[in-house]
Write a protein that binds this ligand. Structure first.
Ligand code: URP
Ligand code: ZN
Ligand code: ZN
Length: 481
């Protein structure tokens, strides 16, 4: 009789804390033993030469999501989750987008219907809060948090999404009461629209002027303002997709003051730069995302932010729009403006290979930091740890085997998303995931997908400990509670 459903043998087991050698025993979808020379498994995998890491958690992806401007993402939960698993990710946290006035319960139910029967891997939801009015929040905010939706994204820019400072305060106060995590898209909306109008009047409409319309100051100001609001009410928050060193410095200053302020950055700010906007023809549109990639020198600052632990998570912000498509990024006609190019880049499948190759193999971050940034810190931040994000007895057996020496040249043709390009075409990497297990089931082997669409399960998030207020408020919370 076998003792385990599966034993992964002779492997290097890396967590955010340790790197050890041994075997992993898996039964009923969970890790049940870690040790040396474990007893027999019904299935055995000799993983010598490979590294076993906790499956990646990509806590910032946009799949089959409504948008304020009517642009259409090209990945749904099936293609998006398939691409995630192929790139070594085993849990995704996409967004449920609240239309103004829509109840929060209706919002999440709508996205459950979109994910069910489609997602190959496990998933939770963040809610994009566009209407924090008393009517909406009083109705079901507290019940929603109790039911496992414990993170909310607030936008400071984009018509139809952006909140005023006053609305932000309403949302912050509610998050504080419920110990929910807030994710902030920090860019100054009025500066962007003012600059955009002037650029268009001057006929400066090419894709590269997208970056001109959103300079680093616009991000820095909004980051500073968001942190000030958080400090005022003593509410933790995470600044998402931080692109520039100036915004990063605001986060560092807040952290140095002891505030519970966290940062997320993304591969596009490590691997793309404003030079990519100068690609021939309309190709610059492929890299249009917000905030935009900055200059080449900025990339090293963002790497330093990762190695110095200023950033807590590296997410993909997978927001994929096809390029050569009527609804895509390549706009017909010279009169069209960068303003109309849908914002976002694909990246759910390339996030971890890029970080492993350029981070771990180039010695910029340790293997433990890689695991923290890609797997462990996100579920801690959003209330899914220790079920997700670690290799430990009792945790879900979401495990990825990496070949640290595998040489791969990235090409869109090898990727599993539904996008017609990758901004990282031709990039040479060392290290790649070769097997992905989701709750003990092998869903990807050597780029071939085995798991069935719809096998992924919804994960309820706990109230995250990092969202707990510090207890040192500037003003008496009884005023706003
Ligand atoms: O350009 C981006 N980042 N698009 C996705 C939406 C968002 O703000 O994260
Ligand atoms: Zn955003
Ligand atoms: Zn995003």
């Amino acid at each position: 009789m076998a003792d385990y459903d599966l034993v992964i043998r002779n492997t290097t087991i890396a967590t955010a804390a340790d790197v050890v050698r041994g075997d992993i025993g898996i039964s009923a979808g969970r890790v049940v033993a870690l040790g040396e020379q474990l007893d027999r498994g019904r299935r055995e995998i000799d993983a010598s030469g490979l590294i076993a890491v906790p499956g990646g958690i990509d806590a910032h992806v946009h799949f089959d999501q409504d948008t304020a401007d009517g642009s259409v993402f090209c990945d749904d939960f099936e293609s998006g989750s398939r691409a995630a698993a192929a790139g070594g990710t085993t849990t995704i946290v996409p967004f449920a987008y609240q239309n103004k006035g829509q109840s929060l319960r209706d919002t999440v139910n709508k996205y459950h219907r979109r994910a069910e029967g489609k997602s190959l891997i496990d998933y939770a939801f963040h809610v994009i809060l566009t209407d924090p009015s008393e009517k909406v929040m009083g109705q079901d905010f507290s019940a929603l948090v109790a039911d496992g939706y414990t993170s909310f994204k607030l936008y400071m820019t984009y018509d139809g999404l952006k909140l005023t400072d006053r609305e932000m305060l309403d949302a912050l106060a509610a998050a504080r009461r419920e110990q929910a995590m807030l994710m902030i898209h920090a860019e100054n909306s009025d500066c962007i629209s003012w600059l955009t109008e002037r650029l268009e009047w001057k006929g400066m409409t090419a894709a590269k002027f997208h970056a001109t319309s959103r300079p680093f100051v616009v991000e820095r100001e909004a980051t500073h303002r968001a942190i000030s609001l958080a400090e005022l009410l003593d509410v933790p928050m995470l600044l998402v997709h931080v692109s520039a060193k100036e915004a990063m410095h605001e986060i560092q200053r807040a952290q140095a003051r002891g505030l519970r302020v966290y940062g997320e950055t993304c591969p596009q700010y490590l691997f793309l730069s404003e030079e990519d906007f100068d690609k021939p023809g309309d190709e610059g549109a492929k890299c249009v995302c917000s905030p935009p990639p900055r200059d080449v020198e900025n990339q090293e600052h963002i790497w330093t932010g990762l190695s110095a632990n200023t950033f807590h998570v590296l997410s993909s912000d997978h927001a994929a729009f096809r390029y050569d498509d009527v609804r895509g990024k390549k706009l017909p006609g010279a009169a069209q403006s960068f303003r109309k190019i849908p914002n976002g880049v694909p990246g759910v499948e390339t996030r971890l290979p890029l970080l492993f190759s350029e981070g771990v193999n180039q010695g910029r971050i340790s293997l433990q930091q890689f695991v923290g940034l890609s797997s462990t810190n996100a579920p801690t931040t959003y209330g899914l740890h220790p079920r997700k994000g670690t290799i430990a007895v009792g945790a879900d057996a979401d495990i990825v085997l990496w070949d640290p020496k595998r040489r791969v040249t990235l090409a869109n043709a090898m990727l599993h998303h539904n996008c017609d390009y990758t901004p990282y075409e031709g990039r040479q990497l060392v290290g790649y995931p070769v097997m992905t297990f989701s709750r003990g089931e092998l869903v990807m082997e050597e780029g071939r997908m085995n798991g069935l669409a719809g096998r992924g399960q919804f994960q309820r998030c706990d109230r995250p400990e990092p969202a707990r207020p510090s207890g040192k408020p500037l003003i008496d919370p009884s005023i706003f509670n």
